[in-house]
Design a protein around this ligand. Structure first.
Ligand SMILES: CC(C)(COP(=O)(O)OP(=O)(O)OC[C@H]1O[C@@H](n2cnc3c(N)ncnc32)[C@H](O)[C@@H]1OP(=O)(O)O)[C@@H](O)C(=O)NCCC(=O)NCCS
Length: 152
């Protein structure tokens, strides 16, 4: 029997670009893969590797949203798993790694703008929708989702 080695580790913002481009910005200029705040000291990026191939990414920014009153809020951005690796639990592993990172930083709240198609994925991880849907031009309909991180 053979095993595939899966590893999640911190990566740089630039290392996220190939997966951001393929999954989230397909056909768009590579510059669109750069997010404001990517290299801030409170921003972190995690990559999920199968053997040595990067197949999934997630980024976490220290960013408050006025919809919430909590003081230490973090925003998930750039969550993506390559199509051929989707549906195997890797996205879930990346969110859990990020939640642990936020717990270590004593986050009161995690929030993000979820693509409509990804809402059921986040609901399985106990994130809730707040408010109405809204349109992000060139990307599509989104919902704000949130959760208070807590140790199991
Ligand atoms: C959304 C995404 C990150 C999920 O990653 P993933 O590795 O495929 O997700 P997982 O395999 O961990 O899925 C966990 C559960 O959510 C479900 N799920 C995942 N994506 C789903 C979707 N789009 N619709 C419905 N259910 C979904 C899975 O079936 C699984 O359910 P199960 O536990 O009952 O088997 C990934 O599919 C992706 O990159 N999609 C395209 C980009 C995108 O939409 N990113 C999010 C931007 S907000």
């Amino acid at each position: 029997m053979s095993y595939i080695i899966m590893e999640i580790k911190k990566i740089s913002s630039v290392e996220t670009y190939p997966v951001r481009h393929e999954v989230l910005r397909k056909g768009k200029p590579i510059e669109t893969c750069q997010f404001k705040g990517d290299d801030d000291e409170n921003t972190a990026h995690f990559g999920l590797f199968l053997e040595d191939k990067l197949v999934g990414i997630i980024s976490i920014f220290k960013e408050n949203n006025n919809l919430f009153s909590e003081s230490n809020q973090f925003q998930i951005r750039g969550m993506a798993v390559l199509e051929e690796a989707q549906g195997k639990g890797f996205g879930t592993e990346l969110v859990k790694e990020t939640e642990n990172h936020c717990i270590n930083l004593k986050a009161d709240l995690i929030w993000f703008n979820a693509r409509e198609k990804a809402v059921p994925f986040y609901e399985k991880l106990n994130y809730k929708i707040i408010g109405d849907s809204f349109l992000i031009p060139d990307v599509g309909i989104h919902f704000v989702m949130y959760k208070k991180p807590s140790k199991k």
